[in-house]
Design a protein around this ligand. Structure first.
Ligand SMILES: [Zn+2]
Length: 407
């Protein structure tokens, strides 16, 4: 008979104790079934892994796993006075189940690849005893036993990459600026020299907030499509000279796929001073790319167009995966990240368009007297290249088993 998490009539220590024992007994029984199946040489690899996943979901699934139900029926349902005891019980169960599931996963993985001879031995010796940790803790507390290991978090690979990029520019004397993710049309488009009919303003690309129609266009709110509004916001506050690096989240109306996400990350930079030239831009970015990808990489600039810079360029770095040859490994396999060209497009850049300075001229940004360059790069893409991934979605699915590889 399948176990169900009971609703409790009272939350006394003895009731909680019984409920806990029943739950752990059911867990143990079910784990034992999976363990036997894993050791069975006639079950194929997929069958073993599927059985384990079903078991894990049955107990641990966040939405309606048995642990979640225990949390609901025993802890959340407990009256305030008895929350303490119920909380201890549920916490203990959570820790035990975690240990049990982890042990079983190791066992199933081991059995999934073991030879039939090894499996026979494992079956006979009972070498891996899932029930042990439960018995260890379920009785009296033994202070000589190791404590329950609590995993410490780590920076997400995207944030880590973002921090690395920011650090390169901080070392060059740049300050870090941040700004709101919800922006006005004025800061996101108008002050950056996007003409009123520019395709990027189209609702197909930009996520506008609902019910804004009655407001004047420039006050309408949207999710910023780039971190560039922070350039204008900062120039309104600070007089030149200025050296800024701007990391942050941006949004566009792109359905998620292997290389697109409606939410992604950018790092932009801005340098404004007297006599800033395109040579400064090239020197700065060449240095930055060597710091990020290694001193061997070469950079190449190709003409491009952005509304807020003139002239504009796309910058490419020589492929740091194949060393610029377009081929990989001994069998000369085609290098996918650079599409065999030996070059990877890494960022957009250019000299700040004088029209952009006109919007902040009152604060010392007279385009007759000062000049500047700006650049922007996609952090997510750089992280994919750096970690050799071909699916952007992996970063955003929140699967700890994936993410902990980068911890
Ligand atoms: Zn390559």
């Amino acid at each position: 008979m399948a176990y169900t998490v009971p609703k409790l009539k009272d939350f006394s220590p003895s009731t909680l104790n019984h409920a806990e024992e029943d739950l752990l007994a059911a867990f143990k029984q079910e784990a034992e079934d999976v363990r036997r199946l894993a050791q069975d040489p006639t079950t194929d690899l997929l069958g073993k892994r599927t059985a384990f996943k079903q078991f894990r979901d049955h107990w641990m699934a966040r939405a309606n796993g048995l642990l979640a139900q225990a949390n609901e029926n025993w802890l959340k349902a407990a009256p305030p006075k008895e929350k303490g005891g119920a909380g201890r019980t549920v916490n203990k169960i959570r820790a035990l189940l975690k240990v049990g599931v982890d042990d079983l996963e190791r066992h199933v993985n081991f059995c999934a690849t073991a030879s039939p001879e090894t499996l026979a031995k494992v079956g006979a010796s009972q070498a891996l005893n899932l029930t042990e940790p439960q018995q260890r803790i379920a009785g009296q507390i033994d202070i000589s036993l190791p404590g329950i290991h609590r995993a410490i978090g780590a920076a997400h690979p995207i944030i880590r990459t973002q921090n690395e990029i920011v650090a390169v520019f901080k070392n060059l004397g740049y300050s870090v600026a941040e700004g709101p993710v919800i922006e006005t049309d004025y800061y996101n488009f108008e002050a950056l020299n996007f003409p009123p009919n520019h395709p990027a303003r189209d609702t197909q690309d930009t996520l506008f907030l609902a019910n804004q129609e009655s407001k004047p266009r420039r006050e309408q709110l949207l999710l910023r499509t780039h971190t560039s509004p922070v350039q204008i916001r900062t120039m309104e506050k600070l007089t030149p000279p200025l050296r800024l690096v701007i990391p942050g989240k941006v949004h566009r109306n792109d359905p998620p796929d292997a290389s697109h996400s409606p939410m992604f990350h950018q790092v932009e930079g801005l340098a404004v001073d007297t006599n800033i030239t395109f040579g400064d831009l090239k020197g700065t970015l060449d240095h930055a790319m060597k710091s990020l990808f290694g001193s061997d990489v070469k950079t190449s600039f190709r003409p491009s167009f952005f509304p807020f810079t003139e002239p504009s360029a796309e910058m490419f770095v020589s492929c740091f995966i194949c060393g610029g040859s377009g081929k990989r490994g001994n069998d000369n396999a085609p290098c996918r990240p650079c599409k065999q060209s030996g070059w990877i497009e890494i960022l957009g850049c250019g000299m700040v368009d004088p029209n952009v300075f006109e919007f902040v001229k009152h604060n010392g940004y007279d385009p007759e007297k000062i000049s500047g360059f700006a650049f922007g790069m996609g952090v997510d893409r750089i992280a994919m290249l750096k970690y050799g991934l071909d699916d952007l979605q992996l970063f955003f699915q929140g699967d700890v088993r994936f993410l902990e590889q980068f911890a």
